[in-house]
Design a protein. Sequence first.
Lengths: 196, 149
Amino acid sequence: MAIFRQSFFFILICVALLTGCSNKTPSWQLDDVQGHLPDLKFTLTSDTGRTASEQDYRGKIVMLYFGYTHCPDVCPITMARLAAVMQKLGTSADNVRIVFVSVDPARDTPALLHRYVTAFDPHASGLTGAPDQIESLAKRYRVAYEAEKKNANGNYDVTHSSAVYIFDKDGHIRLLATPNSTIEAIVHDVQQLLQS
Amino acid sequence: MKISICAALACSLIAATPAIAAPHQSAAIQVESGWIRWLPGDLPAAGYLTIRNSSNWELALVSEESPEYRNVMLHRSVEKNGVEHMEMVPRLTIPAHGSVAISPGNYHLMLMHARHALHPGDDVHMTLHFSDGEVVKTLLKVRLATQLN
């Protein structure tokens, strides 16, 4: 009888270990682009006026968006949605950053970027720089952008990518959020990234 | 008798005219839920609202202005193949007994060069001109940048 009891516990322990060891494959609600794009890497000027690089974001989930401050509709709604994600993450948001990269460095000075991004989230970052620095980062993620013709008042629009690029704590590209992605889907996936 | 019949006919004709009535009915257009997303500095802002057309005719929004902004122009955000751009919309049709939502990610009133600093909670006056000559004045409430809809 003792042997049976011992065998039973032995089997129980094995099953427990095996269940514990098996990696539950996470399911993503956003587009899974792991391995399809390079790691986060850049040299730009932050909205505080200092030189910034990807090292400043190590240890944080980064939600990166290319836009410009003179964009009245799409950029603000995207930033508002990302701000809502941060709200829903609660204290977990401490390890997440919204990073807004300007595709209009001519008008987007660090000071203006700072006012803009902090209107949405106090921890959000803005990045600007020399045109070739912006181009380098945009090319890295195959982001197309183009300044349109100036109108009579000297104003112009800039066409730009609609996607939000999400990197894990080690700077690896993981997910893409599109205008159709719900706030809940972004929260779900970012929480999953935080846990892994 | 004849005069009475004529009078009756005339009266019924007059009574029937509203069906072919002049389109200058002030009740044809209703505007609701107007708001503006506040942004810092002198950045272009977006105004949103819903326009309802209760008339039997298709109407169109043909121009817009505000005393609070030097320039107001209806635009539309368009996404194609992952790229965003904006188009000017000189004329926005509102179907008979229908409505159009000027809302985030879609149509928006692009508001440029505020004449004085605006803050969340302020009211902005907007005047909308329609194809039938109708002029509708409305107020848009300035809201925080984080407002979603």
